[in-house]
Ligand binder design. Structure first.
Ligand SMILES: [Fe+2]
Length: 507
């Protein structure tokens, strides 16, 4: 066991303290704070980014914004009762960062569960359970859930209650953790006014994290998290908002800061100058390499937007020649190169975790198919480059969300020619709670795109994916009643993928 303690005199922490107030004015446990013990950890605990020897632990203290720095102890144990504590340390939570805590225990054993908790102002947090990644050469199986799009006011989180109960190693969240909108008319529950400031973003995340099912899913498993557009603004692209808002850079910086404050990602990821790199890769032993992509921060703006706006449109190739411009990129040139250079050759699977559907889905009369410009259909040359880079790599498996539709698809270099080989497989998960598009529209898209093997937009849920060295099995899980927090879930469809042969097969 590797017991570790973090000294309060470490240079990073000293800089932090001197940089904030120049004085060690720590908040002490007070009668008021003690009386408020049910609220201090009201947002729960979380963990993320499992490595073979370490993990990121997260919480955020619910305290008065005027409070000074708060010392937060954390500990990691080999057992749920904390009889064997294997790592511990201290972080300082400060008002400037919304009193969030990102702790990074290291020196852990690979491929095993751990339990963790925090202690601040004399109050103990709930306990979370997490897991380290297997050692580098290990072929241990991986069981994960992919999920996206959890609009708070349109449904309850029975899907998360199900995820919390499943024997998973990992949750991979693919974007739209929050929506920036005000509560919609006829909403199932209240989420607040539309988001404009950093405090608004903090409040929006806090509302979500107050949900017991979402808290349980975070406390049960480590998460890998990427974002899509609604963590900031519908359809934004880089530093351009969909309405060409003049103050978008400031607004996006607040959105990125709040995202970092609430996600189990490293402390060092704190945004600087409104920039936050979230693309990264994680190895699950030698079984799988998971590539997390950012499809928002570096993209070229959507082709042929509506007059006076940026953001998405629905266009034909004839009306929008820019759609075919080979220089346009969804990931940005640097991230494209990073991905291609880091694809695994010696793992069994390459998991490409990104925010939206990759399969071509455009439909319409021959010659005038309409392409949705915000998704990969709006960046066909970039999509082809990505698929070319995946060609011949072991187990290419694309994971996506965003479209509120369960999809299983075969990915071809040329979607127009069914004779070209399938080079990768795709699973795109429906939303946790956001409303889906009409099934009739999805059926029309599927009829025009035979590589889409399954597409259902009329149910909410998630996908559970079990991966071993020869086979991936995907269970497309759906919620019976999305406005019942206690709803049952069921597997609506199941597909498998052979590690040696790209393409999804019904099972
Ligand atoms: Fe969404």
């Amino acid at each position: 066991m590797d017991a570790r303690s973090t000294s309060l005199l470490s240079p990073a922490r000293r800089d932090l303290l001197l940089g904030s107030a120049g004085a060690l004015a720590f908040a002490m446990p007070t009668a008021a704070a003690r009386a408020d013990s049910s609220n201090l950890f009201a947002l729960g605990v979380a963990s993320g980014q499992p490595r073979p020897n370490g993990i990121v632990l997260w919480t955020r203290l619910m305290v008065e914004p005027s409070l000074g720095p708060v010392r937060v102890r954390w500990e990691v144990a080999a057992d749920e009762a904390f009889r064997t504590v294997v790592a511990n340390g201290t972080e300082i939570a400060i008002a400037r960062d919304g009193f969030c805590v990102h702790a990074e225990p290291s020196g852990l054993e690979s491929g095993r569960p751990y339990w963790y908790r925090f202690d601040a102002l004399g109050i103990l947090s709930p306990t979370g359970r997490t897991r380290t990644a297997p050692a580098a050469g290990d072929l241990a199986p991986l069981r994960l859930a992919i999920a996206s799009c959890q609009r708070f006011d349109t449904g309850h989180y029975a899907a998360w209650a199900s995820v919390a109960e499943r024997p998973l190693d990992l949750v991979v969240f693919l974007g739209d953790y929050i929506y920036e909108y005000a509560t919609r008319a006829g909403a199932v529950r209240e989420v607040g006014p539309s988001v404009a400031t950093l405090d608004d973003f903090r409040a929006r995340y806090a509302v979500h994290r107050s949900d017991p099912a979402l808290q349980a899913a975070h406390a049960a498993h480590p998460w890998l998290v990427i974002w899509d557009d609604h963590e900031v603004d519908n359809d934004y692209a880089g530093i351009t908002g969909q309405s060409l808002q003049p103050d978008f850079a400031r607004y996006r910086a607040d959105a990125y800061q709040a995202w970092w404050e609430h996600m189990p990602v490293p402390k060092a990821w704190r945004p600087r100058d409104g920039v936050l790199r979230i693309y990264d890769r994680f190895d699950w032993g030698r079984l799988a390499r998971i590539h997390l992509l950012d499809t928002r921060q570096y993209r070229d703006i959507q082709a042929c937007p509506r007059p006076g706006r940026a953001g998405s449109n629905s266009v034909t190739l004839a009306d929008c020649p820019a759609l075919s411009n080979p220089n346009r990129s969804l990931l940005g040139e640097r991230q494209e190169r990073w991905l291609a250079a880091g694809l695994a050759s010696h793992h069994r699977w390459n998991l490409i975790a990104q925010s939206t559907l990759m399969a071509k889905a455009a439909s319409g009369p021959p010659g005038s198919e309409r392409h949705w410009t915000d998704g990969w259909d709006g960046y066909p040359a970039a999509r082809r480059r990505l698929l070319e880079s995946l060609t011949g790599r072991p187990g290419p498996l694309v994971l996506g969300g965003d479209i509120h539709t369960h999809v299983a698809a075969d990915l071809r270099l040329d979607f127009e020619d069914p004779a070209t080989p399938v080079v990768a497989s795709e699973f795109c998960c429906t939303s946790i709670s956001s409303l889906g598009p009409p099934q009739s529209r999805v059926d029309a898209s599927r009829a025009a795109n035979p590589h889409i093997r399954y597409a259902r937009s009329d149910r909410r849920g998630y996908i559970e994916i079990a991966i071993n060295s020869t086979l991936t099995r995907a269970d497309l899980v759906t919620v019976d009643d999305p406005i019942d927090p206690k709803s049952a879930c069921q597997t609506s469809a199941r597909f498998v993928v052979d590690a040696e042969r790209p393409g999804v097969q019904p099972a």
